[in-house]
Design a protein around this ligand. Structure first.
Ligand code: PLP
Length: 458
């Protein structure tokens, strides 16, 4: 077998035009996700290649990837080792049914993932995305209680400002009003208060005080509904999409205590914090709190293939396995056509190997103090109302325009792109999550470009 074709990326894809057209008629067919389509199509920003920490656009400009794609490509782009693993897997076994049959790559990846988890998380259920992981974990929580004869425990609790993807479960427990309001009735869910300090706190890393008291608000929901009706609480160890919001010291510990005391499952959505971004293999490890279910996606394949999943305790897994009935009976009637996709799992195996070999969590820990100093150097910059950071992630709250809170962040993000730096905007925030492979000099240039753009923006 030969893989020479992979050596020359120009021969790889005969289906995408070498020089994309940018006219309205060609662009119109694609309805783009989470995009102002009318604005994009009037002024297309087309990415045609990626190498290391940089994208290339249609003009051949190099653009620094200040958000690692969408928080997923910490190892940078265009890596031969990952591409070779994907190419080999696609040639050997491009697809296999995950229902009733297995293939080695998914078992290998499950074992690799379990080995990186905190003690107690033992079994992996694969999905293709973080949204699917969120909904899978919520269904798993309800089914777990039903299997244990406590079918009344169905209530789900999320948190204000939480983001758990866009499927109906995730959007219902999520706390981003803008993502919910267009879609009417979701599934019933309650929300804990968010943990964002008041604007102007300029918190470096984790806030120190008030964590346990904030978590105690879960007791109010338990008093209201009774624990006998509550299946699970889902939170991100720190939330990315809300603009990098870190809970105070003691918050996650107290949530864990309350959940354990009252028989409620604790789910961590580690789609952003998993596999390096927080400076450890998981936020659970970094913050010293182990959930019952831990969701992952994004960095597990470096973004090179769609893959996500839920890692669960032996207790949860074994409850399903011990449920009885004939041996061929499904223990959990749930799964996706692309669950445990062989090519995605091959990417995951290659990525975890590189993350481990190069000890990327240690690199994140090493870069984090300099990154913190740089981003907080923008305190006092024009429009900046607040700055927060953890690991290799930072969020800037901008002073809002009264009628259009999202406009300024959007303009800032687009101007950064024009200057050769990709950053993300969301709500009234700008978000940075640069690749783990970034140098300090690149981080300096990124933050200083953002400072220049803020100064130039009305
Ligand atoms: N959960 C969290 C914490 C996320 O940040 C995201 C995506 O940003 C998701 C879930 C959804 O993942 P996906 O877009 O892969 O469905």
């Amino acid at each position: 077998m030969t893989f020479a074709v992979l050596d020359d990326p120009r021969t790889l894809d005969a289906t995408a035009p070498a020089a994309p057209r940018l006219d309205a008629a060609w662009l119109d067919a694609h309805w783009m996700p989470f995009t102002g389509n009318r604005d994009f199509k009037a002024r297309p920003r087309m990415i045609v290649a990626g190498e290391g920490a940089y994208y290339t656009d249609t003009d051949g400009r190099k653009v620094f990837d200040g958000l690692s794609g969408l928080w997923c490509s910490g190892l940078g782009h265009g890596r031969q080792d990952i591409a070779q693993a994907i190419g080999r897997a696609a040639l050997q076994l491009d697809y296999a049914p995950a229902f009733q049959f297995g293939h080695p790559a998914s078992f290998e990846l499950a074992n690799r993932i379990v080995a990186l988890m905190p003690e107690g998380l033992r079994h992996v259920f694969f999905t293709s995305s973080g949204s699917e992981a969120a909904d899978t974990s919520l269904k798993m929580a309800r089914a777990y209680w039903r299997t244990r004869g406590q079918g009344g425990k169905t209530r789900l609790i999320g948190r204000e400002k939480g983001y758990h993807g866009v499927n109906f479960g995730g959007v219902s427990v999520g706390g981003m009003v803008g993502n919910r309001k267009a879609f009417g009735q979701g599934i019933e869910a309650d929300h804990l208060p968010h943990t964002q300090p008041p604007a102007g706190t300029f918190q470096r890393g984790m806030p120190q005080g008030g964590g346990a008291a904030l978590a105690d608000r879960l007791l109010d929901l338990i008093a209201l509904h009774d624990a006998s009706t509550i299946a699970a609480v889902i939170v991100e160890p720190f939330s990315g999409s809300a603009g990098v919001v870190i809970p105070p010291v003691g918050y996650l510990q107290r949530l864990r205590e309350i959940c354990t005391q009252h028989g409620i499952l604790l789910i961590f959505d580690e789609v952003i914090t998993g596999f390096g971004r927080a400076g450890g293999w998981t936020g659970a490890e970094v913050f010293g709190v182990t959930p019952d279910i831990l969701n992952f996606a994004k960095q597990v394949t470096n973004g090179a293939q769609p893959l996500g999943g839920c890692v669960v305790t032996a207790e949860i897994h074994d409850t399903f396995m011990a449920a009885g009935g004939p041996q061929y009976m499904l223990e959990f009637p749930h799964g996706y056509t692309y669950s445990a996709h062989p090519v995605a799992c091959a990417a995951g195996n290659a990525v975890l190997q590189v993350l481990q070999q190069d000890d990327m969590p240690a690199r994140v820990r090493a870069l984090a103090p300099a990154f913190e100093r740089m981003v907080h150097g923008l305190r006092g910059a024009r429009h900046v109302a607040d700055i927060r950071n953890f690991g290799l992630a930072a969020g800037f709250t901008l002073e809002s325009l009264p009628e259009e809170p999202a406009r300024r962040p959007y303009e800032v993000a687009m101007k950064c792109w024009d200057k050769g730096f990709y950053v993300r905007y969301g709500g009234d925030t700008i978000q940075l999550a640069p690749p783990f492979i970034s140098t300090e000099a690149e981080l300096e240039r990124l933050v200083s470009a953002l400072g220049d753009v803020l100064q130039e923006t009305a």
